[in-house]
Design a protein around this ligand. Structure first.
Ligand SMILES: [Fe+2]
Length: 480
């Protein structure tokens, strides 16, 4: 029996806390266990898949329509609301009263060659120039959302109607610019650009790559952008047949394109490094003649004869298993050479989050979700780790078996004393009691290990999701 024959409640990507919810709610003045400190205010918002119509095909966990869940903190008072992102694709289906797209595991939609896959905008959410921007990991038109009401304001025409950008395009909260990238299986394989704080396009270039890739993230420093070209690529035979499969070329280097923020295509300097694949960047910064980038690449294993086990990496990625390192690359602008090192290979962690004020600047702390070793079993995201990027040391908290955390946001305390003077905000799922709650951790010093300083049980569950962001009240006020 394949998944398409299973009742919906038995498909893992649609059961338990992966099942969609059908309500759009607003809950004010949530009850608190513990104390919500009054020394910070702002908005935590998380994106994730939440199918509007029950799927009638082989469902993939990435197929659901994007839904935002927002938690507002106002000097100790906490409220929650959620809404679907009203994408063009969802609105077309709602008008038809049924699904028109199928998912990643099915053939693309034949009557829409311009958009064969459903841009559900369900992957990432960032704040730019007064609005939330929702983005899709396969690169699609982004959507603007009101940060107060979660009303979808509409598609954003970055460089004219239909311009696609990838999830993990990055706003700079200091300048108000948005650095974006787009990738495709057809030439040009990558584009890069900058949108100003006035929401106007200021820069766009085509980036020449040797073959289509699967870049998932980018990095920015104060003056540079770092574009990713890892030797993990769509399998050419599968691609020609219209199927999606990844292939890792262990005999090819990783390539990182370092370019001034407003650099032209011929100003990109490509740095080569050991073959790898990485989803998420922790941070990047400038240090003397070097550009430093830290991230969480997949751990590579060796075969019995000492070769890189490409199949194992491909399987890990295809089966969405968790097997990660904390890693640093240093690109020397004088010599053109790369130095790289493992920061930590003991813990298995991903979904890195930092204090947003330090994006592009040298920082010390990364807050990641930590996973149990292995990863073939039912996913568990049981804890949080605060990493010291200099030493690889860490302070960690685990809620034990089965607990499921979502990507947190870092909420700086008002008038912070240091980079780590703030809180982690996250949504957590308690499968034993079958309920969701908002949790708040103090990050200062070693406080994270003490567990949450406040828990706020929600009246109904919040499905597991993907990426999140925290927008401080000061940033929100700048755009009022
Ligand atoms: Fe991501």
């Amino acid at each position: 029996m394949n998944a398409a024959d299973l009742p919906v409640h038995e498909i893992p990507a649609l059961s338990g806390n992966n099942a969609p919810i059908h309500q759009e709610d607003a809950f004010d003045d949530l009850p608190v266990v513990g104390t919500v400190p009054a020394d910070f205010s702002g908005l935590y918002v998380r994106n994730g898949p939440n199918a509007y119509y029950p799927p009638e095909w082989r469902y993939h966990a990435y197929d659901g329509d994007g839904m935002l869940h927002a938690v507002r903190f106002d000097q100790g008072r906490v409220s929650y609301r959620n809404r679907w992102i009203q994408t063009e694709a969802l609105q077309e289906e709602m008008a038809a009263g049924r699904t028109l797209w199928k998912g990643l595991k099915e053939p693309p939609r034949a009557d829409r060659p311009d958009q064969p896959l459903k841009n559900n905008s369900n992957t990432d959410v960032k704040y730019h120039a007064g609005r939330l921007l929702t983005m899709w990991y396969r690169s699609g038109v982004p959507y603007a959302v009101d940060p107060y009401t979660l009303e979808t304001l509409g598609p954003v025409d970055i460089d004219g109607p239909g311009t696609r950008i990838s999830a993990h395009s990055r706003p700079d909260e200091h300048t108000g610019e948005l650095m974006w990238f787009d990738y495709d299986t057809k030439p040009p394989y990558m584009r890069y650009g900058v949108v100003g704080p006035d929401r106007q396009l200021r820069h766009a270039i085509e980036v020449d790559l040797p073959a289509p890739g699967l870049p998932h993230d980018m990095a920015v420093t104060e003056n540079y952008t770092i574009l990713h070209d890892f030797p993990l690529r769509p399998d050419p035979d599968a691609l020609a047949a219209g199927r999606y499969k990844v292939r890792f070329y262990a005999d090819q280097p990783s390539r990182f394109g370092v370019i001034p923020r407003y650099g032209k295509a011929d100003e990109i300097r490509w740095f080569e490094a050991k073959p790898a694949y990485m989803l998420h960047v922790v941070n990047a910064w400038e240090e003397g003649d070097e550009i430093v980038m830290v991230g969480t690449p997949y751990r590579l294993h060796k075969t019995a004869d000492g070769q890189t086990d490409s199949r194992r990496l491909e399987n890990t990625i295809n089966q969405r298993q968790r097997d990660f390192l904390l890693y640093e690359w240093r690109f020397d602008l004088k010599t053109g050479l790369t130095k790289e090192r493992v920061i930590d290979d003991v813990l298995n962690s991903e979904f890195p989050v930092i204090n947003g004020a330090y994006q592009g600047r040298k920082n010390r702390w990364s807050y990641n979700i930590v996973f149990p070793p292995g990863g073939r079993e039912e996913p568990r995201f049981p804890g949080l780790v605060k990493y010291d990027l200099e030493t690889g040391g860490y302070i960690a908290y685990s809620a034990g078996p089965n607990f499921f955390y979502n990507e947190p946001g870092f909420a700086p305390r008002d008038n912070p004393r240091s980079e780590d003077d703030g809180y982690l905000v996250t949504l957590a799922w308690n499968p034993r009691e079958q309920r969701s709650e908002i949790q708040l951790f103090d990050c200062y010093g070693a406080a994270l290990a003490q567990g949450p300083v406040a828990s706020l049980p929600l009246p109904r569950r919040v499905p597991n999701g993907f990426h999140a962001t925290f927008v401080s009240q000061a940033t929100l006020n700048r755009w009022k």
